[in-house]
Ligand binder design. Structure first.
Ligand code: ADP
Length: 631
């Protein structure tokens, strides 16, 4: 009758257990949080299964007791329980890839103990954390679907046994934890256990008893009137929800009556959602119906671009027994979502206005996700004032500005917001395309992320201002502004002969470059550089062009216009070279070199060998000339 069978753990679990059993990690108490949260999930599942509201009776609870003498801690719930198959499935194997990722993340963990704490919670390796404190664990469980119960036992060393139990075991699960001898005193002390539960599990929605006493009292904070909730309570709840050890950046507590009734408590954290680049699914808001948890991390309540928002939504307007399928594509949920988006954006707007430091923190942590909202034309305009950029007026790459601040600084009759895309601040500052702007003292926003370019492309304008890439700016429109660099020496005017030589020189350069360029022409945008490349269509920016090329796997070098700065000393020299000998071989050499340096600056030059070879030849020649003039 009591068949006892032995099983081996899967390799990945053995590895995980090995880490946990030998862990020197100091906050071992969090195993209790994990077990209590499993028990709470089991209670939720049971209530879910039976759905009737009156199932919220005294029957659903979590009880913790301790036997000091025996060094055994027991955690019992009256939840859904497990069948023999489920025991093997749920505890003997890890269905998701959680453990492997957890082990990887542990190895990379740079945050010390607090990092481990977050990781254990996030990777769903909860149950196994008990082996940080246990010599042996026995799980006695009876599924709500089954008349028979069984006991699972393991010392966490590689195998476990399952025994069928005779008699009438109550529904639910009971974990008997035989504590390691050095931890036995600590974790059989009822007061210590109460403290741990209060600290980590205070917001569990089911009653938790330690010994005879109910420990957790606070529930459904989101349904309390705002003025009655203290900041500490909000923070505690936030930390309970997120495993974040920091305070939230913003707390949004709202109660809405129309068009749908709901209460929400939503937090914006200070840290980006995913510091390890994992857990992409780890987001969403917990959905309650009349204080009863219906679904954790519901992903229809907020869009992914607001997935850094964590919290709960509680509504009276859904039936308690609503199925998960009905939840998807539910009109009511959509209305709540629309309302929440508005509320969160309003909160961010207020933060941006009243607390710039906090907003910058928000931006640093969440901009990457948040910008995703601009893809959606419905929200684009609302998001635009909240966007931040680095700019030519800043001292370094860390400073940020908004469109509105840019406008406030714009020239009196300026009707454009200029931007330039580049791989870094240095690259943007050195770009020939911003020279004219620097000269005229006109600000240029520097964009470093490909998504920024899509945003500009999508927005097209902000308030009355057109968003224009510096690459395509009509430089004539900048003529009206006085030069901000008045002390800079102007190149002398060209005489008629020199002018026609310049024209012919352009033709020579064009001949030398052939098909590589569509045209060689004079530029009005350059002041410090001799040449730059421009797009013939005057529309696609070079960075957008690059993105398209990556997408279409096009590795060819684009054909562009080569623009020449007639005032640059190098070009002035070339005019003289041309006047002396129109067929001087130096002209095609210089043309090719200038063209390839421009390609390099724009990030198109894939093979620098020819360029470097030519530089060396030119240096050899010029050093030779230099030596001669010195003689
Ligand atoms: P997670 O809880 O993240 O899924 P765990 O390792 O903590 O990971 O638990 C594995 C699974 O074992 C749970 O998903 C659940 O199905 C089952 N389980 C754990 N504890 C209980 C319990 N007290 N009652 C019923 N099932 C449980």
């Amino acid at each position: 009758m009591t068949a006892k069978k032995s099983y081996k753990f899967k390799a990945e679990i053995k590895e995980l257990l090995d880490i946990l059993v030998h862990s020197l990690y100091t906050h071992k108490e969090i195993f209790l949080r994990e077990l209590v949260s499993n028990a709470s999930d089991a209670l939720d599942k049971y209530r879910w299964k039976t759905t009737a509201e009156d199932n919220d009776g005294p029957d659903l609870d979590i009880r913790i007791s301790a036997d000091k003498e025996a060094g055994v801690l027991t955690i019992t719930d009256t939840g859904i329980g497990m069948t023999r198959e489920e025991l093997i499935q749920n505890i003997g194997t890890i269905a998701h890839s959680g453990s492997a990722e957890f082990v990887k993340a542990l190895a990379q963990n740079k945050e010390g103990d607090s990092g481990v704490e977050g990781l254990i919670g996030r990777f769903g390796v909860g149950f196994y954390s008990v082996y940080m404190v246990a010599d042996e664990v026995t799980v006695t469980t009876r599924s709500a679907d089954s008349e028979t119960a069984c006991a699972w036992t393991s010392d966490g060393q590689g195998s476990y046994t399952i025994t069928d139990l005779p008699g009438d075991t109550p529904r639910g699960t009971s974990l008997a934890v035989k504590l390691k001898s050095d931890l036995s005193d600590e974790f059989t002390d009822l007061d210590a256990l109460k403290r741990i539960i209060k600290k980590h599990s205070n917001f569990i929605a089911h009653p938790i008893f330690v010994g005879e006493d109910r420990v957790n009292t606070v529930t459904a904070l989101w349904r309390e009137p705002k003025f009655q909730v203290k900041k500490e309570q909000y923070n505690e709840f936030y930390q309970f929800l997120t495993y974040d050890t920091d305070e939230p950046l913003a707390t949004i507590h709202t109660s809405v009556d129309a068009p749908v009734q709901f209460n929400a408590l939503v937090f914006l954290g200070k840290h980006s959602r995913d510091p390890f680049g994992m857990g992409r699914d780890d987001w969403g808001l917990d959905l309650y119906v009349r204080r009863v948890l219906i679904q954790k991390q519901n992903k229809d309540l907020v869009p992914e671009w607001l997935s850094f928002a964590k919290g709960v939504v509680d509504t009276e307007d859904l039936p308690l027994n609503i199925s998960r399928e009905t939840l998807q594509d539910n009109l009511l949920i959509r209305k709540i979502r629309t309302s929440l988006i508005k509320t969160i954006l309003a909160e961010l707007t207020t933060m941006a206005e009243n607390d710039k430091d906090a907003y910058n923190l928000f931006w640093d942590a969440h901009a990457e996700l948040f910008k995703g909202g601009c893809q959606d034309y419905l929200h684009r305009e609302k998001l635009a004032p909240l966007l931040r950029f680095n700019s030519s007026i800043h001292e370094d790459h860390l400073e940020l500005t908004s469109f509105d601040d840019y406008i406030a600084r714009a020239k009196p009759d300026q009707k454009e917001i200029y931007f330039l895309f580049g791989p870094s601040r240095e690259a943007c500052k050195l770009s020939p395309h911003v020279e004219i702007f620097r000269k005229k003292g006109v600000e240029v926003l520097f964009l470093y992320e490909p998504v920024d370019e899509f945003i500009m492309d999508g927005l097209k304008e902000y308030k009355e201002f057109k968003l224009i890439s510096a690459e395509h700016a009509d430089t004539a429109s900048l003529d009206k502004y006085a030069s901000a660099e008045s002390d800079k020496e102007q190149a002398p005017e060209l005489g008629d002969e020199e002018k026609s030589a310049l024209d012919a020189l352009l033709g020579k350069m064009q001949d030398a470059l052939g098909e590589k360029v569509t045209q060689v022409r004079l530029s009005s945008r350059l002041s410090d550089s001799p040449v730059c490349l421009a797009n013939p269509d005057g529309h696609t920016t070079s960075s957008m062009d690059k993105i398209m090329r990556v997408m279409t796997k096009d590795q060819s070098i684009p054909t562009k216009v080569l623009e020449i700065n007639p005032d640059h000393p190098l070009i002035r020299n070339l005019i003289q070279v041309y006047q002396a000998d129109a067929d001087d071989a130096f002209i095609p050499r210089a043309a090719t070199q200038l063209y390839e340096s421009a390609l390099l600056l724009e990030g198109y030059l894939t093979d620098p060998h020819a360029l470097v070879g030519r530089i060396q030849e030119l240096l050899t020649d010029s050093s030779g000339w230099y030596v001669q003039t010195k003689k």
